[in-house]
Design a protein around this ligand. Structure first.
Ligand code: ATP
Ligand code: MN
Length: 475
């Protein structure tokens, strides 16, 4: 059996072929269009009306799974260059035209989210998932080619100071009275691990330990955040890529993030152009329904190329605040959160203003106020800022966040004390600063945020097979 993606490359000379897939459409009792997921393109199969039995024809509806044996010929019809003259047809599983929800017409994304187990049969979702797969491969290839080691950090963590948001509790205890003390607290010492445990929000702290022996490492795994932010950019379960580099400062970190993002976007332009062209068309149709002044100046392919070709603008937090303070939407109080003083955290509306309106380019902001950043970031001499960096993208805001890590034991201990972070629990993390400490840096890039950008989709629920969001864990 040959995949349709391969069949479509063959020059037709009446070769015998066998192919299997699902029916997309069946027209005129003659033309079956089938897809097997290997490509966005369908294979047209032509059945000779007389030679097939009528009962069989009735079963050929959208969604039916079939095997076809036939010969490959040049197509005289419009829309395809080759087709299969069917000799034999076998049905694996009939569909049900009354009830199969994926009909050959436009469905809303909201509707398809309710049918997440079947939406992969649509061109949009199969394209997104093929691109997701290619991006994933490109990520491993990029790091492997650069000599980074792929490491696996724990998913169940005993640290509650990973510093990146609300966590999900992991417990094997029954939720009955005997497992709670008089104060109503769960008796964690009776629990599976003998202590409180959670799902990880980041693999960074453990990745740091591995970088302090392997040099350059990266993780690519699931992370979990119980943040109740029902936005189009947040999932409760998402995948994160986290490189960590020994002997690397913040500049090296910014360089790597830029090189990395450009590499993987270039990779899909080279390897997924048919899917991208399809999604580009979709993107343009969506844009048409928006008011003129809200439409994107570039199409999807142009946006990807724009990121690949342009140097990311790098500015520090001070400069960003100055620009935002004197910006039109700030003065006219158009922002939901008005920027009034140094030290406030930037919201996605501010990040997008800088990227989309002011610079019209991806932007990296660095040297953030220490107050709004995690304890492990390297402190600057001004004693106000830390060596943090956020990579900001059009349409999305923050796509990656990272820092140079504090490698000086005393400085780190002092900061942890100020932030009331339990240093007993992180004794091993502090040990890294006791035994051969080195400057080191890394960042975390949200995989689904990247896919949002690469596919031109608007909602993060549409770029992962089964989104986990507040009040929703179906499938
Ligand atoms: P945000 O401010 O957008 O919530 P964050 O500051 O919490 O992001 P980090 O803790 O720096 O993010 O996480 C690193 C990266 O992981 C982010 O840059 C983003 O790409 C991604 N990310 C963070 N939270 C989520 C989420 N809930 N769903 C999907 N991706 C996320
Ligand atoms: Mn967050």
């Amino acid at each position: 059996m040959v995949k349709i993606s391969e069949i479509l490359k063959i020059s037709p000379k009446k070769q015998n072929i066998v192919t299997k897939g699902w029916i997309k459409t069946f027209r005129g009792n003659r033309f079956i269009s089938i897809n097997d997921g290997s490509t966005i393109n369908n294979l047209q199969c032509v059945i000779d009306f007389n030679s097939q039995n009528q009962e069989l024809l009735k079963k050929l509806t959208t969604g039916t799974s079939i095997k076809i044996e036939g010969v490959l010929v040049k197509s005289i019809g419009k829309g395809q260059s080759i087709e299969v003259m069917v000799k034999k047809l076998f049905i694996y599983g009939e569909s049900d035209p009354e009830n199969f929800p994926i009909q050959p017409k436009k469905h809303s994304l909201e509707f398809l989210r309710e049918k997440a187990h079947l939406r992969i049969r649509t061109s949009t979702f199969s394209s997104i998932m093929r691109i997701r797969s290619s991006l994933s491969f490109a990520i491993h290839k990029f790091f492997n080619d650069k000599g980074f080691f792929h490491v696996h950090t724990p998913i169940i963590t005993g640290i509650d100071a990973e510093g990146a948001g609300e966590m999900f509790r992991v417990s094997a205890l029954e939720f009955n009275k005997s497992n709670f003390n008089k104060k109503g607290e769960l008796k964690s010492s009776n629990d599976f691990f003998g202590k409180e445990t959670h799902l990880t929000v980041s693999g960074q702290l453990e990745a740091e330990t591995l970088a302090m022996g392997l040099g350059n490492v990266y993780t690519f795994g699931p992370t979990f955040r119980a943040e109740n932010s029902n936005t189009s950019r947040h999932l409760a379960e998402f995948w994160m890529i986290e490189p960590e580099m020994a002997f690397c400062d913040l500049n090296g970190n910014m360089d790597l993030s830029e090189e990395f993002i450009k590499y993987i976007l270039k990779y899909i332009l080279l390897n997924c152009i048919e899917d991208l062209n399809f999604l580009n068309q979709r993107f343009l149709n969506e844009e048409k329904s928006k008011p003129k002044n809200e439409r994107s100046e570039m199409n999807l392919i142009e946006k990807i190329n724009f990121v690949i070709k342009n140097k990311f603008i790098r500015i520090n937090y001070d400069e960003a605040i100055k620009i935002l303070k004197s910006s039109k939407p700030n003065k006219k109080k158009k922002f939901k959160f008005i920027i009034s003083e140094w030290g406030t955290d930037l919201q996605s509306e501010h990040e997008r203003y800088l990227v989309e309106k002011h610079f019209k380019s991806p932007v990296i902001i660095y040297d953030y106020p220490s107050k709004i950043k995690a304890f492990y970031m390297r402190q600057n001499d001004d004693e106000k800022t830390v060596r943090a960096m956020d990579v900001l993208f059009p349409g999305i805001g923050e796509i990656a966040g990272g820092s140079q890590r504090e490698e000086r034991l005393e400085k780190l201990q002092k900061r942890m004390k100020e932030m009331k972070i339990d240093s007993d629990e992180l004794w091993w993390y502090l040990d890294l600063r006791r035994f051969g400490t080195v400057p080191h840096s890394g960042f975390g890039l949200g995989f689904e945020r990247l896919i949002l950008f690469a596919t031109g989709m608007n909602n993060i629920r549409d770029v992962i097979p089964y989104p986990r969001t507040p009040q929703n864990a179906s499938f």
